[in-house]
Design a protein. Sequence first.
Length: 214
Amino acid sequence: MKIGIVIPAHNEEQFLAACLQSIRQAVQYIDDDQVDIVVVLDSCTDQSRSIVQAYQVNWIECNYACVGKARDLGIRHLIQQGARWIACTDADTIVEPDWLLRQMQHQPTDAICGIVMLDDLSQLPPEKQQKYLAHYQDSMDHQHIHGANLSFSADAYLQAGGFEPVSCHEDVSLIKKFITQCCKITWSNLVRVTTSSRLNGRAPQGLSDFLKQL
């Protein structure tokens, strides 16, 4: 099954190289001839494109300033290239070496919601660290939804109409549409990524805002 990996990026020169390096390692665990990667450079004014070029990864440029539209652009490009399974992550995220392998082991399924680990909880005051750890379920059948660790079949995505053209919560709305379609969703803590715990995130009302509001 051909896999497409889509990574939206808006001025992510600080994190993008580590993200792409981790994806390169994850691809080595499976048949790399069956994987296409695309970075969607959305309104970038930094060195993100140079980093993508250095890693010899395909890219698309746009000026949406909207993560939902950027993800959708990359996904539809990958589907046109023959991808039947789409894996989404973010440019400030490092995937585990077995990230793709675990997704394949969960087949057949229509979608997989994986979990996200934070790279540095020490940025948060102790009481907020405790609140986060009490809230987050690192277990199978969790109910967390992260665009940084979300994958699905091309057929389910097209049937749902794709990501909404919104600047936040596009991941949640997509899963709601999958549920409405009675898709099989796997809630897995075996599919793991580590994401930045920065408090000045790119998406409004995203993870960084959640951490600040704890």
